[in-house]
Design a protein around this ligand. Structure first.
Ligand SMILES: *Cc1c(COP(=O)(O)O)cnc(C)c1O
Length: 387
């Protein structure tokens, strides 16, 4: 069988494959400490599940509008106005099969051969692959610990060419956990406006912030940047709804109409009764989000202290999300060797930084229970000391 050339251009998701390897070892009865998964370990809050169950019982089991249930689009638009200061109405919103699907479809409607998309590294591993699938060229801009793994306005300006169409901003960041300050967001917005390009802001971790970190949605900086902004978000991380496959994207009516057309010919609407769970998630109490955030905050403290106590590792304090991104270069190993060795010898699963465009780092998720964090850190320490 001859497969289409586009298949050869993309790499399979390394996060998913390492998570799968760890799960397979676990299934064999091997005692694994896994810090690989990018998902909260909590159950979906009860009131959200109840709302979806009720919708199921009421027969909300039929096809719905491709753009999403009108009530959910309303709820999302209200959330974006009230929480993020973004002046959107329901017609500016499309409900998708997850934040990943939002971004994939965005590339499909926006990017064509020749278009460049600026992606700061370390990046979420799907961004460049999605750009390639759309025929575009990912332009990777490396950043390092000296700027908190954040792209500077100068770096952004220097990577813009006449072919640049889009800049991908992800704050809080997966994999680094870093959060752009409001001043940094404003400075990047000025460059985007000056160059008259578009920005997509992936805000999936906006609720998971620590200490004094503040999330400013880039589109809220002013009317000029608002017109050039596309917002991608979803329910997976804030509400622990990863398996529900529910995300959304907001932008101009023209863009949303184009996305509805593509979605109408690919996935149609997102699971109808699941959307009623999402309506409850947005419209009911937000206490569950805060409870999960507090648990993450405690684990972050423990993991950070343990990591930085291991000679040869160094990790900056993340301001958001639920990841640590320590530098392992002092061990002399490349990230893939490090991760393979750690899994084989100590049965600890972490993700090599090379998957995110940073071979000198590894990613650990602390969306797991405290006991596993303690055991896993003991084993990691043993591994690094044995090198
Ligand atoms: C998890 C994640 C998403 C979206 O996840 P979905 O499950 O598809 O909603 C998007 N961006 C980043 C950076 C993520 O980590």
């Amino acid at each position: 069988m001859k497969l289409a050339a586009r298949v050869g251009q993309v790499s399979p998701s390394l996060t998913l494959s390492i998570t799968a390897k760890a799960l397979a070892m676990k299934a064999e009865g091997i005692d694994i400490c896994s810090f690989s998964a990018g998902e909260p370990d909590f159950a979906t809050p009860v009131h959200i599940k109840t709302a979806a169950q009720k919708a199921l019982d009421e027969g909300k089991t039929k096809y719905g509008p491709a753009a999403g249930e009108p009530k959910l689009r309303e709820a999302i638009a209200r959330k974006l106005r009230e929480e993020n200061g973004l002046c959107y109405a329901a017609e500016n919103v499309i409900v998708t099969n997850g934040g990943k699907h939002s971004l994939y479809q965005l590339m499909m409607v926006l990017i064509e051969p020749g278009d460049e998309v600026i992606i700061p590294a370390p990046y979420w591993l799907s961004y460049p692959e999605m750009v390639k699938l759309a025929g575009g060229t990912p332009v990777i801009v490396p950043t390092d610990a000296s700027t908190g793994y954040k792209i500077t306005p100068e770096q952004l300006r220097a990577s813009i060419t006449p072919k640049t169409k889009l800049f991908v901003l992800n704050s809080p960041s997966n994999p680094t956990g870093m959060v752009y300050t409001p001043a940094e967001v404003k400075a990047l917005a000025a460059v985007v406006v000056e160059a008259d390009i578009l920005v997509v802001s992936d805000e999936i971790y906006e609720k998971i912030l620590y200490d004094d970190a503040e999330h400013l949605s880039i589109g809220a900086v002013g009317p000029e940047i608002f017109d050039r902004t596309i917002i991608s978000n979803g329910f997976a991380k804030a509400f622990s709804m990863t398996g529900w496959r529910l995300g959304y994207l907001a932008g101009s009516v023209e863009l949303i109409k184009a996305m509805i057309t593509i979605q109408g010919h690919s996935t149609s609407n997102v699971c109808t009764f699941a959307q009623y769970g999402a309506i409850a998630a947005l419209n009911d109490s937000q206490d569950c989000v805060e409870e999960m955030r507090l648990a993450f905050a405690e684990r972050r403290q423990v993991m950070l202290e343990r990591l930085n106590a291991i000679p040869g590792l160094s990790c900056a304090k993340p301001d958001g999300a639920f990841y640590m991104f320590p530098n392992i270069s002092q061990t002399g190993l490349k990230s893939l060797e490090f991760c393979d060795g750690l899994l084989e010898s100590q049965r600890v699963a972490v993700i090599p930084g090379v998957a995110f465009g940073a071979d000198e780092c590894i990613r650990l998720s602390y969306a797991t229970d405290m006991a596993s964090i303690e055991t896993g850190m003991d084993r990691l320490e043993k591994f690094v000391r044995s090198l």
